[in-house]
Design a binder for this molecule. Structure first.
Ligand SMILES: Nc1ncnc2c1ncn2[C@@H]1O[C@H](COP(=O)(O)OP(=O)(O)OP(=O)(O)O)[C@@H](O)[C@H]1O
Length: 232
């Protein structure tokens, strides 16, 4: 039975996505589904279209054709304002280099999405502190990103992605810049916390050890998802 046909209702789905960057066709008919609470790894060679797929699914980039649906709603057709609200309230993102704000402390980086959502400073900081604790970086509250190790900074970035209670976290090579020990710590913190909170994760990686943390893996090649191998 294929992943697309086993009856589970997808939270987020891409169907036949096509996206070109200038003359480069990054996606050529990519179809993939993410179920509620599922941790899905998207793997594939460099240039196979993984990041472009993530950007389309996260509503950061609009596909040239095909459909992206989120909870049954056409994400690719939403007006920009509604899309950015949805990204802020329902999605969290983590990139290879956490992209924390260098001038802010760890605590303020994590509190920021809550403040942008209208929370009071004290509540936002209390909640940020709890999330830093969950990611094992309590005690680092007052450090700025430049004063932390890469693994600590990525755990702070994960706390920032999860602090608003998103339904989906998009993680693009979150361990790409880390050594194997830090990578394991980050992945185990991410998957443990996502499972605990029922957050779905779309995880892009080219590392098989990282992909092994996921519930399921799909592989991209030349901008399309490869069919499942029979008997695997
Ligand atoms: N903004 C852009 N402008 C031009 N070409 C782009 C742009 N973004 C991606 N591409 C091209 O589109 C193709 C797919 O890129 P994408 O980043 O989606 O692949 P990827 O699988 O994530 O690669 P990697 O593992 O190297 O990050 C590549 O040929 C890439 O060079």
């Amino acid at each position: 039975m294929s992943n697309q046909e086993d009856g589970a209702v997808p939270l987020l789905a891409a169907r036949d996505l096509v996206k070109a960057h200038g003359r480069t066709e990054a996606l050529r008919g990519a179809t993939v589904e993410l179920r509620p609470g599922e941790i899905l790894a998207v793997t594939g060679a460099s240039g196979s279209g993984k990041s472009t797929l993530l950007h389309c699914l996260a509503g950061i980039v609009r596909p040239d054709s095909g459909a992206v649906t989120y909870g049954g709603e056409r994400l690719d057709r939403l007006p920009e304002r509604r899309l950015s609200e949805l990204r802020r309230t329902e999605f969290g993102v983590v990139f290879q280099f956490g992209q924390l704000i260098p001038e802010l402390t760890a605590l303020d980086n994590v509190a920021l999405p809550l403040l942008l959502g209208g929370a009071r400073r004290q509540e936002a900081q209390a909640s940020a502190g709890e999330w830093l604790e969950r990611f094992g970086v309590r005690g680092q509250e007052e450090l700025r990103p430049g004063e932390m190790s890469g693994g600590q900074a990525q755990r702070v970035a994960l706390a920032r992605a999860l602090v608003t209670g998103p339904k989906v976290v998009f993680a693009d090579e979150p361990t790409g810049a880390l050594d194997s020990l830090a990578s394991e710590q980050v992945m185990s913190a991410l998957t443990h916390t996502a499972r605990e909170s029922g957050t779905a994760v779309l995880l892009i990686t080219h590392d098989a050890q990282v992909a092994a943390y996921a519930d399921r893996e799909v592989r991209l090649a030349d901008g399309a998802v490869l069919p499942l191998e029979v008997g695997v």
